[in-house]
Design a protein around this ligand. Structure first.
Ligand code: NAD
Ligand code: ZN
Length: 365
């Protein structure tokens, strides 16, 4: 049993259910009147540019809207650029709130920017644990894609290309102050994206429940989140209205569980793919889990069943043409994540995940 991290708190307020976006104006109006500058920053997934959702957001005169580039996952440089732009647009004042509208990439960017605005410096200064000193600008998440748990977690993940490192600002100040969980907003997600991002919850939970460090509250949340994932992905229509609502709940529970648990083998190897080949987080997780029968036999069997039922084809041959140097880089970028690998395999994990073994795994991807 691991000890509770005393700072692992959860989201302040949340509204859940179809139509809950209608609560956003009230949520922001309090902030607008309580602060000198009542203007709000909206950080929005570019998919929604020109879409009807924009008209439904309570954007007022003086507010600023930023459609961010998520053609790649968030970077420290990109976060710094957006923060500088907001500082420039607001002069010496602070926005009343930062609202992120989107999936994990957009929500993480909004969380990071909110912290940077009140803490100064650059994003890379805060990658790690408990380095953020001041509460960020009041942050609100509006989730449009379920699975990463970014809406509920105490981190925001960024690639730091200079340091060859993918790491979040792990801090109690990274948690959203308020959250809108409206399943109507996920209706437009492409099927493959819905599946791979949704599986992030399933994978986080299976890794946590298979690990050595256990925490009863986290285990309970993970077990329930996993059951909800099964309801969705073992159903004929994973994107029905009911299932989109169920997956949103699963993602929130899974994200809440993250603060007190560790992942296992999938996430470190997926992080390797991400750093070396630029593979996106959720797709990388699915590609890795797909070939880890040896370590997670019953879960992999269930995952294959979900793929089959939903008619999802994962890309093949990603590592087929890599040279020795690339396999070495993949190994290094994976085994650097010691905490989850110790959680999964014990302190001597490198005796099991040898360079050769890791290469064999990647060769199947
Ligand atoms: P994403 O935010 O990168 O979005 C993926 C795609 O889905 C984009 O093209 C986007 O435009 C589209 N999209 C989003 N909502 C849509 C909608 N309603 N309709 C149509 N298209 C929509 O995807 P993601 O998988 O949610 O997020 C991945 C990111 O989350 C990674 O950067 C990863 O590191 C991060 N992450 C964070 C945490 C955390 O706790 N903070 C945990 C896991 C992963
Ligand atoms: Zn994940």
């Amino acid at each position: 049993m691991i000890q509770t991290n005393p700072q692992s708190i959860s989201v302040g307020t949340y509204w859940f259910g179809d139509g809950s976006l209608s609560h956003l104006p009230l949520c922001l109006s309090r902030r607008r009147t309580e602060t000198d500058n009542g203007a709000v920053v909206f950080v929005i997934d570019p998919f929604f540019e020109g879409k009807v959702l924009i008209d439904e957001l309570p954007i007022e005169a003086g507010d600023k809207v930023y459609f961010i580039d998520i053609s790649h996952e968030p970077t420290t440089e990109g976060t710094d650029e957006l923060t500088a732009q907001i500082r420039n647009d607001f002069g010496s004042g602070m926005p009343a709130a930062v609202v992120g509208v989107g999936g994990g990439s957009t929500l993480d960017t909004a969380k990071a920017v909110s912290n940077l605005l009140t803490n100064g410096g650059v994003a890379a200064d805060y990658q790690g644990w408990d380095l953020v000193k001041n509460p960020g600008v009041f942050k609100v998440g509006v989730s449009t894609l379920s699975g990463t748990g970014a809406e509920a977690s105490r981190t925001c993940v960024m690639m730091n290309q200079a340091k060859n490192l993918k790491l979040g600002m792990n801090s109690p100040y990274t948690v959203f102050d308020a959250l809108i969980l409206d399943p109507a907003l996920t209706a437009t997600v492409p099927r493959e994206q819905y599946f791979t991002t949704g599986m992030d919850t399933y994978i986080h939970c299976l890794e946590s429940l298979s690990g050595q460090y256990r925490h009863l509250i986290s285990d309970s949340l993970s077990r329930e989140a996993m059951e909800l994932c099964r309801k969705v992905f073992l159903d004929k229509d994973m994107m029905s209205e009911d299932n989109r609502e169920t997956l949103m709940a699963a993602s929130f529970l899974g994200g809440t569980a993250i603060g007190n648990s560790f992942v296992g083998i999938v996430h470190p190897l997926s992080a390797g793919l991400s750093m070396v080949l630029g593979t996106r987080h959720c797709l990388g997780n699915c590609l890795v889990l797909n070939v880890l029968e040896e370590f997670y036999p019953s879960y992999v069997e269930e995952f294959h069943e979900m793929l089959r039922l939903q008619g999802i084809e994962l890309p093949k041959g990603l590592c087929a043409d890599l040279n020795d140097a690339a396999f070495d880089a993949l190994y290094d970028a994976s085994v650097v994540h010691e905490k989850p690998l110790i959680n999964a395999l014990g302190a001597d994990f490198k005796d099991i995940l040898t360079r050769e073994k890791v290469r064999q795994i990647f060769e199947q991807i």
